[in-house]
Design a protein around this ligand. Structure first.
Ligand code: GLU
Length: 512
């Protein structure tokens, strides 16, 4: 196929949600697969419901997902004169007409038809009206004159369903193309824009299936080339209902804030209704290489957060720790301290200690938010011990002796072990150097620590959890040697003291 051009045409009446992002992605990879172009058009003619913040969110979210339009973003609100030109053309050619029926009158007609068990449709009252000057000055809409010759049907072949969908023209109202305020309706503007922009394939949600015959009528009436149509089935929640806010996060930005990587989300979205054999892990390049319409499923796809989490942890594992630090900071910078994650101290430093911890933690977390929380023990000065956890591991006064020796051991470690090469996160050689010196330090801590344990006839198995609790307050953490290295002598000793105090308080309390 040649000169393929697709578009994503969201209305900025809400944040970019998962369904919209999937539509954009399908359009993007389809165009790229054929060496074509993808464009973004913001359909903002509904001034009441459109908002700047939604527009910005859509543009930013697509950028974050690496779904980049090939041309400047188009705004329908800046093209009003074009729609007016085509409305006048249709009026002149008597393919459209002005309708002066009041809302009340239309409502009355409608109720009457419903009462008679008939489909509520416009009566056609103004179809043959020849309005005089005075009438023209009164509020009115412009309606499209649907061809009502009996037996006329309008249809198209849907490329996903791989079947013709035909609708009898009698089923279609003389629909409004220009509202009372002079604004074009969706069906009208979309056809003009898609035609003038040379869109060859329209891939969109199947909620637009019923609009397509109307749009086809307009293409014909305006003498435009007809694009191909492909309607993608909707996305359902696990309860079988259409995916919505009720199912938790639904906007792309929300997933970003919860610590999902764009690669994971994009990979997840492409598999939501499309497949390439049994491939689950697909990069953007893979998607572009393999994407086709044939493998888009005909039935609705079900949103499964577990799978998204699985993909996210896969991509987190692959990432350089410094990139993860940046990504974490990107999220928390936006959220400040008013987020769900408690009061976290400032951004993570892009230094070797943080990188070492991130490197270890990245295999144990599913989201960046989780990663950030697991670093709390390192970034927060003060540490909180949860009494329940201490009880769970039966932390008692017998440990005081251990911690006394352990504190002395830490205090006696050679300061050189804690020296580490500075790192310039954007310089690969410097990163490599720093990671090398880090490895040596950790190896030394490990050797010394094992010596200390065996000298005292303690084993790692018995002591690992209690040390982890003392240093992090948590049951899951990076390896102990890394923690000791990252915290440094002074902070390790402070924590040992605080933990010992805590044991004392707890045991005394139990004694009373
Ligand atoms: N603005 C429409 C929407 O957001 C576009 C639908 C289409 O792709 O034609 O649903």
């Amino acid at each position: 196929m040649e000169n393929i051009k697709t578009r994503f045409a969201p209305s900025p009446t809400g944040y970019l949600h998962i369904g919209g992002a999937r539509t954009a992605l399908f359009n993007y990879v389809f165009a790229k697969h054929y060496g074509g172009k993808f464009v973004l058009r913001i359909e903002d003619t509904d001034f009441e419901r459109s908002e700047k913040k939604f527009e910005e969110d859509i543009i930013e979210s697509l950028k974050w997902l690496s779904i980049i339009p090939d041309e400047e973003v188009i705004f329908q609100s800046k093209r009003l004169s074009i729609y007016k030109f085509y409305a006048d053309k249709l009026l002149n050619e008597e393919k459209a007409y002005r309708c002066f029926c009041s809302k009340e009158l239309l409502e009355e007609d409608r109720n009457k038809l419903i009462a008679e068990n008939k489909k509520p449709m416009y009566s056609g009252r103004c179809r043959e009206l020849k309005p005089d000057e005075a009438l023209l000055k009164t509020p009115h809409v412009i309606r499209f004159r649907v061809d009502r010759n009996s037996g006329v049907a309008t249809g198209f072949k849907d490329l996903i369903r791989n079947q013709y969908i035909n609708v009898n023209n009698d089923e279609i109202d003389d629909f409004v193309i220009v509202r009372e305020d002079g604004m074009p309706t969706y069906n009208f503007a979309v056809v003009i824009d898609d035609a003038l922009m040379g869109i060859t394939h329209i891939l969109r949600g199947d909620d637009h299936l019923s609009n397509t015959p109307k749009q086809i009528m307009l293409y014909k009436a305006l003498g435009f080339n007809m694009p191909e149509f492909a309607h993608v089935s909707m996305i359902l929640g696990t309860d079988g209902k259409r995916l919505s806010k009720r199912h938790g996060a639904s906007s792309v930005n929300q997933y970003k804030c919860e610590g999902y990587l764009p690669e994971a989300l994009v990979n997840y979205l492409i598999r939501l209704g499309w497949s390439h054999g049994n491939d689950e892990i697909l990069s953007m390049d893979d998607m572009i290489k393999y994407f086709n319409l044939i493998n888009i499923g005909k039935s609705a796809a079900v949103f499964n957060i577990e799978k998204l989490l699985w993909l996210n942890s896969h991509y987190i594992k692959q990432k350089d720790p410094f990139i993860l630090i940046n990504a974490v900071n990107g999220i928390f910078e936006n959220l400040g301290n008013s987020n769900n994650y408690g009061n976290l101290q400032g951004p993570l430093k892009a230094d070797i200690k943080t990188a070492a911890l991130v490197e270890s933690l990245k295999t144990r977390v599913k989201t960046l938010a989780e990663l950030r929380l697991k670093l709390k023990f390192f970034t927060e000065e003060d540490i909180h011990y949860d009494e329940e956890i201490l009880k769970e591991f039966n932390v008692n006064e017998n440990e005081l002796k251990f911690f006394k020796s352990f504190g002395e051991f830490i205090g006696g470690l050679n300061d050189e072990i804690f020296y580490f090469a500075g790192v310039n996160a954007s310089d690969e050689a410097s990163k490599k150097n720093a990671l090398e010196s880090l490895k040596n330090s950790i190896e030394s801590i490990k050797n010394e620590f094992n010596l200390f344990l065996s000298k005292n006839s303690w084993t790692m198995k018995e002591k690992a959890m209690i040390i982890r609790l003392a240093f992090t307050g948590e049951k899951v953490s990076p390896p102990l040697y890394e923690i000791i290295f990252a915290l440094g002598k002074e902070r390790c000793i402070q924590r040992i003291e605080k933990f010992s105090d805590c044991i004392n308080i707890l045991t005394n309390r139990y004694k009373v």
